[in-house]
Design a binder for this molecule. Sequence first.
Ligand code: ATP
Ligand code: MG
Length: 657
Amino acid sequence: MSVVGIDFGNLQSIIAVARNRGIDVICNEVSNRFTPSLVSFGPKQRYLGETAKTQEISNFKNTVSCLKRIIGRTFADKEVQEIEKTFLTAPLTEVNGQLGVKVNYQGQECTFTTVQIFAMYLTKLKEIASVETKLPVSDCVIAIPSWFTDVQRRAVLDAAEIAGLNVLRLMNDATATALGYGITKTDLPEDKPRNVCFVDVGHSSYTVSIVSYVKGQLNVKARAFDRHFGGRDFDRLLVDHFAAEFKTKYGIDVKSNGKAMIRLMSGCEKLKKILSANAEAPLNVESIMEDRDVSSMMKRAQFEELAKGLFDRVEAPLEQALKDSGFTLEDIDSVEMVGGSIRIPALKERIQQFFKKDLSSTLNQDEAVARGAALQCAMLSPTFKVREFSVQDITSYPIKMTWAPTPEEEETELVVFNKNNSIPSTKILTFYRSEPFDLEAHYAEPESIPAGINPWVGRFSIKKVEPVNGQPACVKVKARVNIHGVLTVESAYVVEEVIKEELIEDNAEADAENPDAPLTRKVKKLVKKGDLPVVSATTALDRSIIAELKEKEMEFIASDKLVVDTEMAKNSLEEYIYDTRSKISGAYKDYVNPADKEKFVQDLNDAENWLYEEGDETTKSVYVAKLGELQVVGSPIIQRYRESEIRPTAARELKEA
Ligand code: ATP
Ligand code: MG
């Protein structure tokens, strides 16, 4: 069984696997270490990852991007409508109350939820990993943004389950990076911690995390982010700039044309990358629209001026994280940079100015997250023995529980998990109740979670509560933020006060003076008296729906496979026709019965014509049958030819021996 770590990126995802030698990033079917985070739909099949990227321009209306930004969101979400929608090319819609996309698939208009889309993408990553490792893939660790809320985390878990993956941990990406860093450092201090600040600027978001290390352990101290700050925001500024320029220069409105927008966006991304290493960069887009080629250029200084508003946002998360960690600048021993956009010089400069020290890039900036996730998977999986390393992560948002008041109790809410509470973590809450009651969990600071996400986390109903000896029962409720950063109420139970006899220890002196003194005393003890059922209502999908979607996904996989197999059967037939026909008057000439030759060539020609006409679109079995028919005549010819090829060689070999 493979041990897999996935960095689920907004632009591209990376898969790393643990092997005996260490962690390897693996390549996909076209030998790339990154797989585009795209899912698209065609007249016959789905296209996942690379194949979706290849057709992004021609099939943009059916191509779904921003998977990470739309999973776990709702259609009405302001951020989805105002921001994500502007980056997506497939239309968004509502599917059974969930956010989904509307696409044309197999000639029909179809809708899929974002969870389904992400599950489709995961099945592709799973396939890439299992092809490369030649092993089945199930256990994995998926790295997600630290700012994901309960609903987003549960959506990723649901998608993974639909894709047949067993997520050992949903890991905050910044923590995955921190683990990868820590485990390789052999010089971590025993006592005074080493404090490292990790800065990750990717395609869509920017995360800062401050981590303290001592030997064999990392503690995440604080984390801050700008959820709308990444490479795509820089690209967008460039697109706006050049779209305006081309309007006056060429009289074309790029923004009115979907394909032109994708071409320009990709041209601008290229220009941005060149500017990271050069003082100026050209922009050339061939036949952007209306058969027009466009070109322009930009100087780095001009780019920095254009993106000044973005660069001005660099400090805020750094300041926030530093403040929350309680450290001063001097306490930070090193600053590690990861993520693709960190290559922008002005961005680095701003970060450097903030810390007033050199920035390090000890880690592979593109692969650090995936490597850390694979390491975590190896640590959690029984397959590997990894050096002990403790990972203490923290929650990003405080969670409170609320309940209905009772005559005895005025309090109706409590922040159960503070911001920066360690995870996983369990808290036991005590209630005095005579009847069943509900606990509602909410994010305590709704303004800190992504705008548009409902702060409601779940409702946990504690059932079968009844008075004990005419008094309210003492109910203990065990709430947990688990290893995925998801809130659960694991159990509830009643405790009762009972009087117990307890042996008196340390009473030797008293004993000596008073030999009749009792050796025991009566004490009040709380004793667990039976479990109470808990019914949880969370944002996770119903088990039955997951089972149904899993089934559906398997059907999609089978259908895609059939399309590929059909294409292969057609290709084999085509190849057989061309190959055999070209050799029939050449290499096979002496092995064809002259009486059959003409008919056979005619059959081959007919088969070719058939392929271009009614045989262009048919089923796998028809292609296979057609090939079979030709082989009835062809195979004996080829057989005779091969035998004659082997015989002289065999004779020669015999002679030489
Ligand atoms: P996220 O972490 O936000 O979900 P991601 O993990 O997919 O996204 P990365 O792979 O870290 O993102 O980074 C991709 C971004 O980095 C893209 O916007 C890309 O244009 C940008 N990038 C890559 N190389 C350079 C470069 N040399 N100069 C500037 N930007 C670059
Ligand atoms: Mg990333």
